[in-house]
Design a protein around this ligand. Structure first.
Ligand code: SAM
Length: 266
């Protein structure tokens, strides 16, 4: 199937206010307005042709016009990313637990993204008195390609990789969302001290993720004691749609957390 992916040329050009309206500054972002003309193209549209389910098809990009003057700044940055968020179970469970943290689900499937969007909108309406769920949003993206377009260096405190597609066959391993190259992108986006959370029911994939994060110089595995004390781990096990499916099937869940280390001195 064909995919039209729209992404900003850099994080400064991401129109976050449309995703988190309750966190938008009232006035226009000066910095962007003063450095761009009104008609300058600030987002790109990637027209992606996929060869199947591996999300690795050929991509060509075309600029689409967006008016920089219409963009409003956010009072704070997105800090948590749920990559391949699926139907959004983790996001909606985590949003009230971390009510002052902006979290973003990234999902490649159009209809699934729309479903999560509607789900969050409904929760925002139902909980408008308390102002809950304003801190969660979902956008359509291929996280394997455009992550640095969305997040600045050190922006994130947490990345979740929950039940990623296993891509069992060796020739499909390049489609896995954990690899030496992608781990460097995660290291770029996650600040020192931040955590990458992983969970899967496929032991082979678990071992693959552990191997690739442990051999990456920017990450070290978090101890089991600290892992089990982290409230996000229980949410990942019990509130993700995949986690619930694995529970129903009496399957095993393999969890591993990795801390982003300080960069070595130059
Ligand atoms: N994390 C959810 C959960 O635990 O219930 C969903 C897990 S599901 C097995 C994997 C999800 O990742 C699917 O919804 C799929 O569409 C999405 N996905 C796969 N490749 C992706 C990519 N490159 N960028 C964004 N999402 C992707």
């Amino acid at each position: 199937s064909d995919h039209d992916l729209v992404y900003p040329i850099s994080p400064a050009y991401m129109d976050w206010a449309t995703y988190y309206p309750a966190y938008a500054e009232p006035e226009v972002a000066d910095s962007i307005e003063s450095t761009t003309s009104q008609t300058q193209d600030i987002s790109l549209k990637a027209v992606e042709t996929q060869d199947g389910s591996d999300g690795n098809g050929a991509t060509s990009s075309e600029a689409i016009p967006m008016k920089a003057k219409d963009m409003r700044k956010l009072k704070q940055d997105v800090e948590v990313a749920d990559i391949g968020c699926g139907f959004g179970g983790l996001l909606v469970a985590l949003a009230p637990k971390l009510p002052n943290t902006l979290m973003l689900g990234m999902e490649i499937r159009t209809q699934v993204t729309e479903y999560v969007h509607e789900r969050i909108n409904a929760l925002r309406l139902q909980n408008s008195k308390e102002g809950l769920y304003q801190n969660a949003a979902c956008l359509r993206a291929n996280s394997m390609k455009f992550l640095p377009n969305f997040f600045k260096k050190d922006q994130l405190s947490k990345i979740f990789l929950c039940f990623p597609d296993p891509h069992f066959k060796a020739r499909k391993h390049k489609a896995r969302i954990v690899s030496t190259t992608l781990n460097s992108e995660y290291a770029y986006a996650v600040r020192p001290g931040g955590i990458v959370y992983t969970i899967t029911d496929v032991e082979d994939l678990h071992l693959w993720m552990v191997e690739h994060f442990e051999k990456h110089p920017s990450f070290a595995r978090v101890s089991e004691e600290e892992q089990e004390a982290d409230e996000c781990v229980e949410v990942m096990r019990m509130e993700t749609e995949e986690g619930q499916k694995v529970t129903r099937n009496n399957g095993q869940k393999f969890v591993a957390l990795f801390r982003r280390l300080e960069d070595p001195p130059w």
